[in-house]
Write a protein that binds this ligand. Structure first.
Ligand SMILES: NC(=O)c1ccc[n+]([C@@H]2O[C@H](COP(=O)([O-])OP(=O)(O)OC[C@H]3O[C@@H](n4cnc5c(N)ncnc54)[C@H](OP(=O)(O)O)[C@@H]3O)[C@@H](O)[C@H]2O)c1
Length: 253
């Protein structure tokens, strides 16, 4: 048994969308620590500079790309730009848009935006990346879902539906690409303490603490770093007989 062969990512290149901060940044740093060359991504040029620096300080290597994934064709363009750097062995689909609204309050433009970023760009990226991974006979896709894909709350109606659609796509492509050793799985977090929730936490610290206390069995929000181990597994050779599945990291739900 050689842990390096199972979990080591030396010689692999990983593209992590939305890795300028939050869960994506933690996963990017984790994949780099496991040996992968990481292509960081966010909306702004040099937006991932701090993450890049931390990776280098930790002995890893990284590069940065920037794009707005709401634009038509942006997912395809991002994969093509990453492939020009190195063959993308591992694709972590992490960037997402979340605009909270119950169904009666849902604005069509907000629905369209979330569909474009979360689902449209995922289709785009997979259309471009999967045939290339298949030709090379090795690929791992880790799609970052959400507990809301399975147990949706009304306040995130549209966001939750895009996450369910994203996982459905992962399942259909997992079936189609399994024989090419291109394996696709979803990592679905519960409540994680990131910028996404910062306004809520900062505006009402007590309400936030109470919400977290009652939300899951552990009674707390998760940390981005707690997503890393599962992400490394799903990106590695250790994940050789698992595809089309969802792993939930929720603190018990
Ligand atoms: N936090 C939670 O409680 C939670 C729970 C369940 C699932 N998730 C999922 O976990 C993933 C990461 O969440 P997070 O909380 O870490 O998010 P976050 O802190 O809000 O960070 C979002 C990341 O996505 C990028 N991004 C946002 N919109 C983009 C766009 N239109 N085009 C390209 N990149 C874009 C951001 O880039 P910039 O820095 O340039 O803005 C940033 O790197 C998401 O898929 C989210 O749905 C989160």
């Amino acid at each position: 048994m050689n842990l390096e062969t199972l979990f080591g990512l030396k010689g692999r290149t990983a593209l992590v969308t939305g890795s300028s901060r939050g869960i994506g940044a933690a996963i990017a740093e984790g994949l780099a620590a496991a040996g992968a060359h990481v292509i960081l991504h966010g909306t702004k040029t040099s937006g991932a500079a701090v993450v890049h620096q931390r990776i280098v300080e930790n002995g890893g290597t990284a590069q940065e790309l920037a794009s707005d994934l709401s634009a038509p064709g942006a997912g395809r363009d991002l994969i093509e730009q990453a492939e020009a750097i190195a063959p993308v062995d591992i694709l972590v689909i992490n960037a997402s848009a979340q605009i909270n609204a119950t169904l009666p309050d849902l604005k069509l433009e907000d629905l369209a935006f979330q569909v474009a970023v979360n689902f449209g760009s995922t289709v785009d990226m997979l259309q471009t990346a999967l045939p290339l991974m298949a030709a090379r006979k090795w690929g791992r896709v880790v799609s970052i879902g959400s507990i809301n894909q399975l147990r949706p709350k009304g306040i995130v109606t549209a966001y939750a539906a895009t996450k369910a659609a994203q996982h459905n796509l992962i399942q259909s492509q997992a079936r189609d690409y399994a024989k090419d050793n291109v394996l696709l799985n979803t990592l679905a977090p519960g409540l994680i303490d990131t910028d996404r929730n910062a306004h809520r936490r900062d505006e009402d610290p007590e309400g936030w603490a109470e919400y977290a206390r009652t939300l899951n069995w552990m009674g707390r929000a998760g940390q981005s770093e707690e997503m890393v181990g599962a992400a490394i597994f799903l990106s590695s050779q250790a994940c050789s007989f698992m595809t089309g599945e969802a792993v939930f990291l929720t603190g018990g739900y």
